[in-house]
Design a protein around this ligand. Sequence first.
Ligand code: HEM
Length: 318
Amino acid sequence: MGTLILCLFYLLLYDAIWKYVNFMKRIVNKHPLAIRWFHWINFPVLSVMIWSGLLIYWANDIYKLGWGDKTLLKFFPDSFYDTLHIDHKLSTGMAFHFFFMWWFFLNGFLYVSYTIFSGEWRYLLPDRRSFKEAWQVVLHDLHIRKTAPPQDKYNAAQRIAYTAIIIMGIGSLITGLAVYKPVQLGWLCALCGGYEAARVEHFILTIGYVLFFLVHVIQVILAGWNNFQAMITGFEIIRQPKSVATSVAGVEPAVTAQPEQSDLPVTVIEPLYSETHTEAEIPEVAGIKELPESQPDLKELNSVENNLSNDENVKNEN
Ligand code: HEM
């Protein structure tokens, strides 16, 4: 047993030394602070909206999947209400729903405005290749296709999904308002096809959120910790063989610290998505404002290094 543990120890040590010698880390800025705030505020707010919506829906639960008298799936079975204690809470549901809808609206409005003014929309909106590429992404995710199509910040499937969820959010607000004030906002209600249609649309959009959420979380889990933590810290840590990392697409990294300046093998603050951006765009995209070419921004470098040294995972990887 002792020998086995010793062997394992040497193996881990060898692996760590090998990585230290042959690999360097790239710090890639990924999500701006504002996007992270909007994203993480949206999650609990949307959860409350769905939960309180269910409390309201229970009072008149008319939807089902089926035809004629045949019911394949009733929304929702009694067991569902019993398990989640959803029954007889109509007024609680309305109070929460009509309070949090303002936060849902405000957060969504600020998020969309931010993406427009910051230029982040460029990474989110699908382009004319996205629909073809999204299919290739799906085939790749299902391990049917070997290579994934080239991507920017998000792949084609993500672009379509994230844009769809924003449109769905707008749809929920419109149909929600139509159901909330069908008389005062009669024109909006008519625009949705009448009260009944607006209610169905509102319900379907909610089911859509739940499906999106399930797929989204599964994808996040599959993408791994590094991808997830970037939605919290804002940056991703990418390991690359030293030979590749020194220059990407002929563009020199914005800031490079030599090994003797850092306890990491090499730390590079890398411009974001350097593969697809011109040199002129890089300082802006990387969030590094007016970086003088000859003088690395050591303040920025140090703050990233501090973040790194606080990060237990990174230490362990070393
Ligand atoms: C536990 C819940 C959630 C987790 C762990 C999570 C995680 C993440 C992560 C890691 C990303 C970045 C993906 C990447 O860089 O490839 C992301 C992006 C995104 N997520 Fe979520 N998410 C959650 C809930 C939600 C919900 C409820 C919604 C909306 C219905 C949502 C909508 C989005 C959108 C629109 C983006 C793109 C943001 C942008 O860059 O503008 N997420 N999420």
